[in-house]
Structure formats: structure tokens, C-alpha cells
Design a protein around this ligand. Structure first.
Ligand code: ZN
Length: 127
């Protein structure tokens, strides 16, 4: 009789464990689908940016007489702005908030201290 009670108890615990595991698996599947969707979206955006960049370069080259070597020089110059040749453009510029006068990152959409709107230094600030 004791064996039967123990067996029922273990069976119940095992079913409970399986149910919890199925819920975890379902959550992981949803999370994986979300990540794949995000990767696809980023790949699409990357391809669009690459296409636009190549089109802009072609337009500039064809109408200005600039050469590939000129482009490479400018890429290197911008890469080295932060002191590191890492193939990235890093903009860690700061500016003074018009509202409270504190220094904030120029990438900020608004001042984190007072909420004031940030006046952009150039067209690419905040991107
Ligand atoms: Zn402020």
C-alpha cells in the first residue's frame, strides 16, 4: 500500500515537472522566434544602409571626380576621431544643456537631468 502511495506521489511530481518544463520550452521558443525576427529586421536595415551608402558614393564619385582613395582617406580620418583604428565611428561628444547647463551626451534625445530638448550640432547627432 505504501508503495502505491509513493508511486502515485512520484508520478504526480513527474507530471508536474514535465508541465513546468513544457512551459519553459514554450517560453524559450517564443524568445527564439523574437530574436530571429529581430535579426532579420537588422539584416534588412543593414542591407538598406549598404545600398544607400553605395548609391551615395556612386553619385558623389560620378559627379565630383573624387576617387576611391579619397573615400578611404575620409573613412580612416573618421575612424581615428576617437583615437582608435577599429573600423567604427564613435561619437562620444558632449554638449551643454540649454535648460540646466549640465554636460550631456550629444547623442541624447533630451537632457536626462531636466528633460530639456537638445539642440543638435549636426544632422547625424542623435542617430
Ligand atoms: Zn538639462
Amino acid at each position: 500500500m505504501l508503495d502505491l502511495i509513493q508511486s502515485l506521489y512520484h508520478s504526480r511530481e513527474l507530471n508536474k515537472h514535465k508541465r513546468v518544463q513544457r512551459e519553459k520550452d514554450k517560453y524559450q521558443d517564443v524568445k527564439a522566434v523574437d530574436l530571429l525576427s529581430r535579426i532579420n529586421e537588422l539584416e534588412q536595415r543593414h542591407e538598406q544602409l549598404k545600398l544607400t551608402t553605395l548609391a551615395l558614393w556612386s553619385l558623389l564619385r560620378d559627379h565630383s571626380g573624387l576617387l576611391e582613395s579619397d573615400l578611404k582617406k575620409y573613412v580612416e580620418k573618421l575612424d581615428l576621431l576617437d583615437g582608435h583604428r577599429d573600423g567604427k565611428y564613435s561619437d562620444n561628444e558632449t554638449l551643454e544643456c540649454n535648460g540646466c547647463g549640465r554636460k550631456i551626451l550629444s547623442k541624447s534625445l533630451s537632457c536626462p537631468y531636466c528633460g530639456g530638448r537638445v539642440n543638435r550640432k549636426n544632422a547625424f547627432s542623435g542617430i
